[in-house]
Design a protein around this ligand. Sequence first.
Ligand code: GCW
Length: 708
Amino acid sequence: MGKKTVSLIMLLCFTAIGQLSAEDGSRLWLRFQLQEKTNLPDFSGIQGELSSIALQEFQLAWEEMTGNSLLETDKPTGHTLLIGTLENRLIRRLVDREELHELGPEGYILRSVMQGKDRFTIIASTKENGLLYGAYHLLRLIQTNKYNDTLRITERPRYDIRILNHWDNLNGTVERGYAGYSIWQWDQLPEQISPRYREYARANASVGINGTVLNNVNASPDILTDDYLKKAKVIADILRPYKIKVYLSVNFSSPKILGGIPDSDPLNPRVRQWWQEKAREIYRLIPDFGGFLVKANSEGQPGPQDYGRTHADGANMLADALQPHGGIVMWRAFVYNPTEEDRAKQAYSEFMPLDGQFRKNVVIQVKNGPVDFQPREPFSPLFGSMKQTALMPELQITQEYLGFSNHLVYLATQWKEFLESDTHCNGDHSTVAKTTDGTLYQHPVSAIAGVANIGQDANWCGHHFAQANWYAFGRLTWDHTLPAEEIADEWIRMTFSNRDDFVAPIKQLMLSSWEAAVNYMMPLGLHHIFAWNHHYGPEPWCDIPGARRDWLPPYYHNASEKGIGFDRTTTGSNAVSQYCSPLNGQFNDVNSCPEELLLWFHHAPWSHRMQNGRTLWEELCYRYDDGVQQVREFQKTWDRMEPYLDRERFRHVQSRLRIQSRDAVWWKDACLLYFQTFSRMSIPYDIERPIHELEELKQIKLDLKHHN
Ligand code: GCW
């Protein structure tokens, strides 16, 4: 039997075993499949710092792909994979020192080089961090069939801090988590260590994420007790080799609750001292601890305003405690009080006057939109406007308002729309990305956060396609100029298959999925028409006596016989004025306001003419219906993919799409039937008839009858 035949038989055996073992999604996009040598680079050996994590990770993946590890050599033979920093003699010879230095500690060069008869593929960086990211880049090229012998790649990240925020509670539950319990098993730590911690580190490193906040922003003070800090230390030790720093969310009342001090006033010297000592204690355990994330004076959380102080007073006190150790404070701007002021205006009203008052190691963390992670929002007007303070975008990877882990919604398109929005605050092309990544406004650090969608589910994220959002978040934090399409392409190839007849339709599906969800949930700028507590299904009628108005849908949609939408123009709440010129004028005018945001900024009559000639009411009907039809198309596309897929994942996604399809109809019926009670116009004949009259609606119609 020839060598070739043996390896083919081996390959077939492995493939068969691979197919027998469950495809539960647990390997994420790091599925290094055993494959024919011809599909792989012809490396004859590997050279470099053998102890480096980059080299180890590469070897691990190579073994999975070939069944063997790559020969470690110190002499070039044939085609050598060379991984190293400037400490390596060969690297010093083959790579320009200056060029490497310019890329910083996380940047790298990935390059094909000929040296006499010797061939090299080089991964070079000034630090281990860059080597690790470079190794994953090379693996990604191999996994997606894009490796070639003429590589000339230089990379450096756009943001310094690329961080996940876990809203994980210490009791194991996850706020707005839809993938099971928290991966952090606090009750078992520090003694017992879940293998998932390391897998988590690898997955994050592979997409460039370099920080994680372990616990919920609604923070239990317990996280700062000795016991929990020791547990956090164990996690930090596991993540460290993968260049991921640990951060913690802290409760502003900790000095009072844990330290027995009568208050937590940021100007009280005893309180300040308590935080300084706490910081020292943390850094003794975790020398590279990243810092604190704080939700203060928001949704009932304690904060400096409890003592008549400002957000700046609070943030600066913590910043002073962390500063000697190199830590930062990420202070959230997600604030709104039960006042008459439009909720969309409140964060700006509170934070703009504080611009310039924060310490250098404070970053203000601002949600992408001014309200709360709605299916579509305009960007928060703080971006671009707050120039003297570092601002970091907060995106939501977990689908709190986008169908939980039941709906397939690829979010890179949403995030791109946000990051590329032009704030105009520093001239044209001052996009959100450029105002936060250090391009236009320079601050000591730049950062971006995403609320994680990770849990203990075998597939980590609940829905197999929700993994794509974790992946895309990482890729965009590294390089926000990457097209959503390219990221989807990579992810599909790595996670499922390189077959073009699979990749093309699935990519199309993913790219249209966010817009489809906006259509069947909240088209044309509608927002927050969920039940106030669960945030899943439609409840535009939801009205709870005694509840805060700004938690309830009617506050946002304002549907009446006259029309629908929130008037945020100069004659309404005037939220438009928080945007820089010319956007403020554009949003203010019903004819120039982008139609996607029409009902965000305007209360428009049902008969308002849309650009396509339809009335607003008709357009609303068509949008809802489009959303439903789009999801049905997704189902058909997916069903056609059966031959290319393992049974488990095929079935799993198929059943989730069924739920999504059912929910889309539910949204359409509920919203159209409810809004029709106000518009009094008929639903266009070519729109699918609503299936059922919802019980709630019958009651509402009855009430309206009595009312009239
Ligand atoms: O979106 C809302 C969520 C809360 C969350 C809050 C916040 C962690 O419904 O669950 O609390 O925002 O971002 O602080």
